[in-house]
Ligand binder design. Structure first.
Ligand code: FAD
Length: 574
């Protein structure tokens, strides 16, 4: 397929791996060099398929399998002049000779290349347990896995499934298998589901799973698979329980496929991925790598990081393909790991760092927890969402964000990811010029509210305290609950002075202006109003509880934070 222009022999670009990163690289290379010979080698039967759509195909939401085939080998040949060879597995690379060995049904060939793009992806993590090879134990990576699992689910009918791992893929399968009528037990080693969220947001996802009948076992490890007549019929958990089941889905995460790269002497980084520069060049001249197999630069920490997500793989593939064809390309931007998942009626997403990760990275991380409606409250159908925004107290730079709710979570998350990407400070959110009409948002969007709260704090109009900080706060503090009697009836914080916002001006004499006050309401807004009243009346030390009782309650339900703070929170909500 190479067509020399007469200016020298055409370049041969070989791409290994034909899905997200590899297919993007091959297609982009063609757009930059019409003369190059481009060969795409894929060991499986398909290229450019939508592995992200697999859970929805297994669950029956996507009914036509062909829809998962984003581009076929024929399309690659016809549209892009790419020589696609499926059923071709690359078994070794010689970077010095610029050749590789490829195995296929007809034998083994040596293929020379001028530029090589590696996009081999990542392999599912499989625990070392007897029985993992049984036909009813599944990992899910490609369409063949999807077909096997779908057939097993249909065979199981109203049976039982164990899903191991409560990351986003495990959660998607939990929902989809419930949808197919199976009873589902979800086993997770960590004390919470969805590790991309901080515990008080993750607890909302866990509650949604339980509401839909998923048996969630956090803080529990899969210890064994009990196989009888060739198939696994039960799982053994770390708490000693044995659960009968019809099938097991392992969704324990992935590890980068680096064997080819390592054998060829390419540098690997601290987290085990292939080291690349901003043009996705590896340590070997002429060799690029992209996708789940590489280490990207984290946009907040600046450190190398694995990020097995489709977005970075596609973007990196585009850059590698361009550079391989033209010896120049825009550079790959650092990654934030923005991710989102739907779990029954709830949507949860995160970008950048959570509080603990930010502290570990050396930031003075602080968080604002803000509830809000996805559109104007007066317009029918407003759904509540919870935003947690993490920023550096020293520079006020945004470090990360998490959003849980229903409609509109994706929009807030993407705005926050964009803001973080371009180095915004938390206060900058106050000035965003966002689209507004009642069915879509609010004139003061929850994102604005985060910005207003932050800006008010920066300007000294109020001080924020988080639920965790409040639980650790000892001493002579007056907790002032400014909600209404109806709300107090459901409980308040121990020792709290209950004085509704409407009463506050008349009863302020009951408070001691010389002692610290923490103002509390449901979500933080009325507490802020109370703070402003008190501050203007001469109270020097007044702090507003960010997220109000909603955040206290969520943290207590999650049982999160230090042992002391959790106990205190439990006490508080009793
Ligand atoms: P892959 O897409 O895995 O492609 C690698 C290909 O290389 C494979 O087809 C493999 O067969 C081939 N290969 C490997 N070694 C060789 C060799 N030696 N010779 C020839 N071929 C080889 N990400 C999101 O951002 N959002 C989602 O909602 C989402 N959902 C997902 C759901 C599922 C079930 C799965 C499995 C993944 C999901 N992902 C999602 C992750 C996303 O699909 C990956 O991050 C992305 O596909 C990585 O692209 P890649 O090109 O690096 O690897």
């Amino acid at each position: 397929m190479a067509r020399s222009t007469g200016a020298g022999p055409a370049r041969r670009i070989v791409v290994v791996g034909g899905v997200a990163g590899g297919a993007s690289a091959a297609a982009r290379a063609r757009r930059l060099d019409e003369t190059a010979e481009i060969v795409l080698l894929e060991r499986g039967p398909n290229v450019s398929f939508a592995n992200c759509g697999i859970p929805y195909y297994v669950g029956g939401e996507i009914t036509d399998r062909w829809r998962l085939l984003v581009a076929t080998p024929e399309r690659f040949r016809e549209w892009f002049g790419v020589d696609v060879r499926t059923g071709h597995e690359v078994v070794s690379i010689d970077p010095a000779a610029r050749t590789l060995r490829v195995r296929h049904a007809g034998g083994e060939d040596v293929l020379a290349w001028d530029r090589l793009v590696l996009a081999p992806g990542a392999a599912p993590v499989v625990p070392r347990l007897a029985g993992v090879g049984s036909p009813n134990v599944f990992t899910v990576r490609d369409l063949r896995d999807a077909d096997r699992l779908k057939a097993a689910v249909e065979r199981a009918g109203v049976g039982h499934a164990v899903i191991v791992g409560a990351g986003y893929i495990g959660l998607e399968f939990a929902e989809m298998l419930r949808r197919q009528g199976l009873d589902v037990t979800l086993v997770e080693r960590l004390p919470q589901v969805l590790r991309t969220l901080d515990p008080e947001l993750a607890v909302r996802v866990e509650e949604e799973l339980r509401r839909h009948g998923v048996d969630v076992r956090t803080g529990t490890t899969l210890e064994g698979l009990e196989a009888g007549t060739g198939v696994v019929h039960a799982v053994r958990l770390s708490d000693g329980e044995v659960i009968d089941t019809d099938l097991v889905v392992l969704a324990l995460g992935v590890k980068p496929e680096t064997r080819l790269a390592a054998d060829a002497g390419l540098a690997l980084g601290p987290s085990g991925g292939i080291v690349v520069d901003e043009f996705m060049r590896t340590s070997a001249p002429g060799v690029y790598a992209v996708g789940d197999a590489v280490e990207y630069t984290h946009a907040v920490t600046g450190k190398p990081t694995l990020m097995p997500l489709a977005g970075p793989a596609n973007r990196a593939g585009r850059i590698a393909g361009e550079h391989a064809a033209a010896d120049a390309a825009p550079s790959m931007s650092p990654v934030l790991g923005t991710s989102i998942v739907r779990v029954f009626g709830i949507v949860a997403g995160a970008t950048g760092l959570g509080v603990e990760a930010a502290r570990r990275a050396g930031f003075v991380a602080r968080a604002l927890f803000v509830p809000g409606n996805h559109h104007a409250g007066y317009y029918p159908g407003a759904e509540e969402m919870w935003l947690k925004v993490i920023y550096d107290d020293a520079t006020r730079r945004l470090l990360g964000a998490q959003v849980v709710g229903g409609e509109g979570v994706d929009k807030r998350l993407d705005v926050l990811a964009t803001a973080i990407r371009f180095g915004a400070r938390v206060d900058d959110l106050a000035s965003l010029d966002l689209a507004y009409a009642p069915p879509f948002g609010s004139a003061k969007d929850p994102l604005h509210m985060v910005g207003f709260i932050a800006e008010n704090e920066r300007r000294g109009l109020h001080r924020i305290i988080t639920a965790e900080e409040l639980a650790l706060l000892g001493g002579d503090v007056q907790i002032l609950d400014v909600r209404t009697p109806l709300e107090w009836a459901a409980g308040t914080l121990p020792g709290a002075i209950t004085m509704s916002l409407a009463e506050l001006r008349g009863r302020v004499g009951e408070l001691d202006a010389a002692r610290p006050v923490v103002t509390v309401c449901r979500g933080g807004q009325r507490a802020y109003y109370a703070t402003r009243i008190l501050r203007q009346l001469g109270f020097a030390d007044v702090r507003t509880l960010t997220g109000g009782m909603l955040s206290v309650d969520a943290l207590a339900r999650a049982g999160a934070g230090s042992a002391t703070s959790t106990t205190n929170l439990m006490e508080m909500t009793r």
